[in-house]
Ligand binder design. Sequence first.
Ligand SMILES: *Cc1c(COP(=O)(O)O)cnc(C)c1O
Ligand SMILES: [Zn+2]
Length: 427
Amino acid sequence: MTLAPERAAQSGSTTDDANPAVSLSCRHCGATYPLGPQHVCFECFAPLEIAYDEDRLRRVTRASIEAGPQNLWRYVGLLPAGHDPARRVSLGAGFTPLRPAPRLAAELGMKTLWVKDDSANPTHSFKDRVVSVALSAARDLGFTTVACASTGNLAHSVAAHAAHTGLRSIVLVPHDLEDGKTVSTAVYGGTLVAIKGNYDDVNKLCSQLADEYEWAFVNVNVRPFYAEGSKTLGYEVAEQLGWRLPAQVVIPIASGSLLTKVDKAFRELGKLGLVEPTPYKVFGAQAAGCNPVAAAFERGVDTVSPVRPSTIAKSLSIGNPADGPYALDVARRTGGAITDVTDDEIIEGMRLLARTEGIFGETAGGVTVANLRRQLREGLLDPDAETVIYNTGDGLKTLDPLVGIAGPTATIPPTLSAFEAAGLGDD
Ligand SMILES: *Cc1c(COP(=O)(O)O)cnc(C)c1O
Ligand SMILES: [Zn+2]
């Protein structure tokens, strides 16, 4: 790939002394490449990830983190971008609440349960973390146009962060997304292209576009940077628990990136001495209508066979997940599991979380709660071990599946007699 002049001028700036990231390394064969807009290994075509200089990572202490801003940039010393504040892209994502969930725990027969509530991010999903890091990297690398293939939340987040920073954005989504995702993306004024196909078709097109144009595709050519943003969901939980790791976590899976990066974050914290490296189990959550990773886990195989998605959990509808095999590895290595639940169970999960804790998660949150319940029922998850579940998005963006299910208790004329006749008073 050739560098545009304005890119050539700034490239190399990601390797400045403050940045602990030093290269891209192949997750399969270990080949290394300079930091840049590249996501697959030229030798073996496996995905690349960021490699760090251990000594630079070791400069980070609990105190240096605690002195940082109340957002994900408090962990900048463990991230590959955002080191020059002038090029850092931020709407303030991160440091979302870790909420105790005693009423949900009681309902499920659990001892200690927490909800990491990432619906509190600026565009109401955890994607603000990965976008913040990816767009900061894109600016470090000299790009002025950012793009993505999205199941909805990424589109919303890229469009918002690009507008905030004055970057041009080009966002591609499947044509059949919820209004809550398309309207909330289009409003920022960037280019939004609806593709007549599913996410996997959109992604394929984006790979072709990435070869044609000098754009930073957050989840294609700058994916190694993007993915590191998800680590902050691991760091924060550990910090918010008072610098220790939970015994069990339950995480929704689309591409599988988030799940693998929470594991990477926990391992890094242990290795750097920021937490006691206590054992933990990572559980994955999918919808039955898009369950390629859960199916591979169930079959006990290492390869993830693509599926054609059909589920209300559209944000998780990736039929051919790039990090599926790595998510399987994490679940098996840590003694966790990956399961799936039906659309009816997803709706039940959304309502259960809302009813017990006052948290309205999106369909992906319903997937997580319903899988938590299944994993408890099947004895995979220990009800007595401290557990954190991740609510990654906001239910207000996915109202569609609840319309006709969650509605008024009664619809009546504005009279006292009608109120009482409808049985709404005290006895
Ligand atoms: C994208 C997304 C996920 C999963 O992300 P991956 O890293 O691709 O597995 C989970 N929840 C929500 C709400 C999302 O938008
Ligand atoms: Zn390789």
